[in-house]
Design a protein around this ligand. Sequence first.
Ligand SMILES: CC(C)(COP(=O)(O)OP(=O)(O)OC[C@H]1O[C@@H](n2cnc3c(N)ncnc32)[C@H](O)[C@@H]1OP(=O)(O)O)[C@@H](O)C(=O)NCCC(=O)NCCS
Length: 182
Amino acid sequence: MEVFLHKICGQPVQPPVSMQLRRCTPEQAPAVYALQNEVRAAMPDPEQFVPDTLENITAYVRNDLCIGAWQGSRLGGYLIVRFCGRSAHNYAAFMDVPRTEWEHWANADSAIVHADFRGNGLQRLMLEAALPLFPKKITHIGATVSPQNQYSLHNALASGFAIISRREMYGGHDRYLLAKEL
Ligand SMILES: CC(C)(COP(=O)(O)OP(=O)(O)OC[C@H]1O[C@@H](n2cnc3c(N)ncnc32)[C@H](O)[C@@H]1OP(=O)(O)O)[C@@H](O)C(=O)NCCC(=O)NCCS
């Protein structure tokens, strides 16, 4: 999917710059991992984003879904969606959804946009690009967002997610649990 950036490094650009949103390949997992680490290191409150290992990210890229936002060969953002089925990692497990239904739930696992490309709605656009690639059986998406993460929370609510509850996740991190029906 092609999108157009109207802002780079917070400054308006004219004409808008093209960016490609497409599925990442396993060979691109190191670029995803590097972007995660670079962006997290620059976050004022890194508690808002629990980082993942290269091994896990490679597995998600291979077995789940990772949409990358590419400007030429530069990765500017990514979204990882996981299909956890009946495993306890499924966010549906924390939302009183019966286990027989979990296979219909996807986890919106993580989203990152490099500061150079923020302000173009890329978090929401990457979800749009991901939706047509979901397995047909998926009817709901679950997500977690730190209540302090105003940008991500705003985007999740604007994308149609609703807050279901607030609880500790990932070993003691304060999070909203959100759900969206497709
Ligand atoms: C959450 C995130 C992906 C949103 O990026 P995005 O889709 O580009 O954000 P938007 O286009 O909705 O930005 C809307 C406005 O908020 C600003 N903004 C977005 N994220 C920002 C941030 N982390 N810090 C400061 N300002 C930010 C944008 O510059 C824009 O401002 P403008 O309207 O004046 O131009 C991005 O902030 C990010 O990568 N954060 C770190 C990782 C993270 O927290 N991920 C979510 C949890 S998995």
